[in-house]
Design a protein around this ligand. Sequence first.
Ligand SMILES: Cc1cc2nc3c(=O)[nH]c(=O)nc-3n(C[C@H](O)[C@H](O)[C@H](O)COP(=O)(O)O)c2cc1C
Length: 351
Amino acid sequence: MWPRTDLLKLLKVEHPIVQAPMAGTATVALAAAVSNAGALGSLGCAEDPLVTIRQNVDALRLATDKPFNLNFFAHRPPREDRAVVARTRDLIKPFYEQAGLTKVPDALEAPFGTFDPDSLSLLLALRPAVTSFHFGLPETAAVKDLQKAGCIVLCSATTVAEAKALNEAGVDAIIAQGWEAGGHRGSVDSHYEDFGIGTMALVPQIVDTVDVPVIAAGGIADGRGIAAAFALGASGVQMGTAFLSCPETSISDVHRAALRNAVDQDTRLTRAFSGRPARARNSRYIEAMAEHRAPLPDFPTMYTLSGPLLDAADQDRDFHFLLHGQAAALNRELPAAELVRTLVKETLDLL
Ligand SMILES: Cc1cc2nc3c(=O)[nH]c(=O)nc-3n(C[C@H](O)[C@H](O)[C@H](O)COP(=O)(O)O)c2cc1C
């Protein structure tokens, strides 16, 4: 049926489609529907306290007995550079004034931490079938512990060099995330904006470099994209934006409407909310901040400065942070299980 089945065997799923783990957006209901439909449902756990992750996994296990994926960020802990903070506070001040806010916060705080020994202990206790990482991998010993506990370990790469390093570190499969992708770039290094490599160029070069299955991600929205990924040598796909329009996601009505009206030129890469590049719907704030190529506070402490603007976004759309990718205009508003069935049929018909 599928031209390549290595990933299906590895993940123990029927269809080679991974629903992207979208922190704050991919709900238990979404992941359960996707896993029950024979693809791989995922929860983005990176921004959740451990107790919430445990509760979500309990709920997910009640809703499905199929494999699912828990995703974490393994970013370098943020450093504090007072000069960068001072410059960014000045830069952001006019936007605070526009939003009617008075004081730009002084001290920066990370709203969530990076993957750490406590996250590892929780994962080892929960033993999900699959664990995936974004922004690099935790240390090799942690990867090995997870694999010994029976977890398949995946990680995103945005360049051939990153994929090669992940292969050498022993991951079970690599997510090749192209420039088109919605959400944060999964790159290990955050200074690579000038090298945006599209999915079409990235996937076959990673396939030629590594000896584990490659999962293509970025701009894949329908059966045409999935068939193309297989033609490029991928063993499966990871799709985020396409699942955003499912009724099971927790996106706002404003985001749902934006997806309905999306066009190809809607999005751009921005570091202006989190400190790391993410593809989001363009706005005046994003555009104005893009003019300034100076460093911003490290991910995720930049959220301390952008947070009050995000809170003001209900009144002022200039401050929305609506994460989606370049192919959003192809989205369909289908329940997740139906979307999976549709994607599988479209792809197999084409293949
Ligand atoms: C709203 C949104 C949130 C995302 N959050 C995460 C996340 O928490 N962890 C992660 O590994 N990837 C995350 N991503 C990136 C996806 O894993 C994937 O690379 C991307 O969605 C693929 O491109 P596409 O959006 O064009 O399908 C997110 C993507 C979106 C659209």
